[in-house]
Design a protein around this ligand. Structure first.
Ligand code: F6R
Length: 242
């Protein structure tokens, strides 16, 4: 595991460099996309490079990490809509080249299985962008998730719903209780994992991720087993590292 400590803007540039290098080497690369605050600067940087240098996503494909269950198709916090707004529409990416788990499917288990098949049919994810929850989740694999899990329905912890209430006008009751998420086993099959964490609130989770024992109680610790994992931290997120 490679750990880099820098300013949030420098971290975004490093993550965007990794995406750009991949796209230049392999224009039809498969990118794994996280939602939430952590990747926003990276998406800003990629949008800037697309506009100013013509960095092209035209042949690339994208797979989202997760989705809330039951949010209306036009809900602004539905992850599909967030991803379209934050990255897809800004880099000239055809929306149909980016997929997410279908949180509105009638048969959610079937939607999860279909999603796994789509990722496999695309040849797997080349580079997966990740954030980390204060409780150590990646994707929405909350503490206690099987380290071998695949895309499935999960119940969000109270902690995660409180953390994400800021996107729902501060109303924790407005945050869905369930989500679909790529499993830890799914995420671990991506060829390069790039995790971003900033702020003191992430310090304990980052300490566990980098220095803790591998444990389902801190799901991100599975990344210690990955052959190519990059962890990008600001000083505050790194403040509990030995
Ligand atoms: C989002 C996701 C989550 C977030 C995590 C951190 O698609 O999978 O694991 O990355 O909850 O969220 P932020 O970045 O908002 O602190």
């Amino acid at each position: 595991m490679e750990v880099v400590i820098a300013t949030p803007q420098e971290l975004a540039v490093l993550a965007a460099d990794a995406v750009e290098a991949l796209l230049r080497r392999k224009p039809d690369a498969v990118l794994g996309l996280a939602t939430g605050s952590s990747p926003l600067r990276v998406y800003d940087e990629l949008a800037r490079r697309h506009a100013e240098t013509g960095l092209s996503f035209a042949q690339a494909r994208g797979f989202m990490l997760d989705e809330y269950v039951g949010l209306a198709a036009d809900h602004p916090e539905r992850y599909r809509n967030v991803i379209e707004k934050e990255i897809v529409s800004r880099v000239g990416w055809a929306p149909e080249r980016v997929q997410g788990p279908d949180g509105l499917a009638e048969d959610l288990a079937q939607a999860c299985a279909a999603y796994e098949e789509s990722i496999a049919a695309a040849g797997g994810v080349d580079l997966q962008i990740l954030g980390i929850g204060t409780d150590g989740h990646i994707g929405f694999n909350e503490p206690g998730s099987s380290l071998a899990s695949r895309t499935r329905i999960k119940t969000l912890t109270r902690q995660t719903r409180e953390d994400n209430a800021r996107f729902f006008g501060g109303e924790v009751d407005q945050v869905p209780r369930h989500c679909l998420t790529q499993g830890l086993g799914t995420i671990m099959e991506a060829r390069h994992l790039v995790l971003l964490a900033t702020g003191k609130g992430k310090a304990e989770a980052v300490h566990q991720l980098v220095e803790g024992p591998v444990s389902a109680m801190w799901p991100a610790t599975i990344m210690q087993m990955h052959p190519h994992a990059t962890v990008l931290l600001d000083e505050a997120a790194a403040s509990r590292l030995q």
